[in-house]
Design a protein around this ligand. Structure first.
Ligand code: 5AD
Length: 320
């Protein structure tokens, strides 16, 4: 089945994706909360509004104790894992992320995932020693020339090597791609699916391209949501035991798409817990992005006929 299929073939693909998820994980979705802790970024990716050339953005790092207090007060009970996200900002790793992990480990039972970009191996090891165990690092695109053209971090070979190294160091690694970034080859989806399938990953994702404000790619059309949903199902069928998220960028294009991703085989939903004051300054994917709060996430999960998992991601994977 191809990423472009529609009609009956598409319905059959999504049902097959959903069944494959049920077989390995049951009719459940993991629920994590994301906190975005720094919007400083040393990269300059042409698709991302957090790129360092975006001078219109007020840059800020949050205080680890304040974020911890916020999580303790505001995190809904269904959440089992906290995803700490930031721009590629080694200063934030030291000043915010490491202390926040220490607080979470000492005082809560949450599983911890991080999405800090490419770091010096010494500092990623510190993150792991502190108690994080799930590392999110996207490929963005599977085409080396396209990777360079959109100015994704470092270079393609290095990104692949980093993913492999993190997995070898004992991380549960999740990677993924953006579908519909201008300039991608015609077979971008097939190639990304093929490459992700071969990498040593615990998780995989696909997100539609959202044209970001204040970026060289602003004004381009967004990625095709039907193709994105098909990629979710194809990923599930290729690697049925992976953690595959529904992502908020899907819902932005057309309400209901988030639930459809869960109905096509995704098994992870994310509640956005970034304090509202900081949210607008954290512009992936666009300044008025749709916020997936607890209510939206729980209703998408039930619309897909699922229930929130009582087990956390890493706890589950350890016993898989
Ligand atoms: N559209 C879709 N995804 C994007 N990201 C950044 N900019 C965009 C965009 N315009 C994603 C990238 C990055 C993650 C943190 O956000 O995949 O790795």
């Amino acid at each position: 089945m191809s990423p472009e299929c529609r009609g009956e073939r598409q319905e059959a693909l999504h049902s097959a994706g959903s069944l494959a998820r049920d077989k390995h994980f049951g009719k459940t979705a993991f629920v994590r909360a994301v906190v975005e802790v720094s919007n400083f970024c040393r990269e300059d990716c042409s698709y991302c509004a957090m790129r360092r050339s975006n001078r219109s953005l007020a840059r800020r790092r949050l205080d680890p104790e304040k974020i911890f207090d916020w999580i303790a007060a505001a995190c809904p009970p269904t959440v089992t894992d906290i995803n700490i996200q930031s721009g590629e900002d080694p200063v934030a790793v030291r000043e915010v992320i490491l202390p926040l992990i220490a607080l979470l480990k000492a005082r809560t039972g949450y599983g911890i995932s991080v999405c800090p970009g490419t770091l010096d191996p010494k500092i990623s090891r510190e993150l792991k020693d502190a108690g994080a165990d799930f590392y999110v690092i996207k490929l963005e695109t599977a085409d080396e020339r396209h990777y360079a053209e959109i100015r994704a971090p470092g270079n393609f070979a290095e990104r692949l090597a980093t993913i492999r190294q993190l997995a070898a160091d004992g991380w549960l690694v999740s990677s993924g791609f953006i579908l519909g970034v201008p300039g991608e080859p015609a077979d971008a989806a097939q190639r990304a699916l093929g490459l992700l399938s071969e990498l040593p990953l615990a998780g995989a994702s696909v997100s539609p391209f959202i044209p970001g404000p204040e970026t060289p790619l602003a004004g381009n059309p967004p990625g095709n949501l039907e193709d994105v949903l098909n990629c979710v199902a194809l990923m599930r069928l290729a690697n049925p035991r992976r953690i595959i998220p529904a992502v908020s960028a899907m819902e932005l294009g057309s309400p209901g798409t988030y639930a459809r991703a869960l109905s096509a085989g995704a098994n992870l939903a994310t509640i956005n817990l970034t304090p509202a004051v900081f949210r607008d300054e954290y512009p992936i994917y666009t300044q008025d992005r749709l916020i997936m709060d607890e209510e939206r996430v729980l209703s998408a999960i039930s619309a897909a006929g699922l229930t929130p998992s009582r087990t956390g991601i890493s706890e589950f994977l350890r016993n898989f």
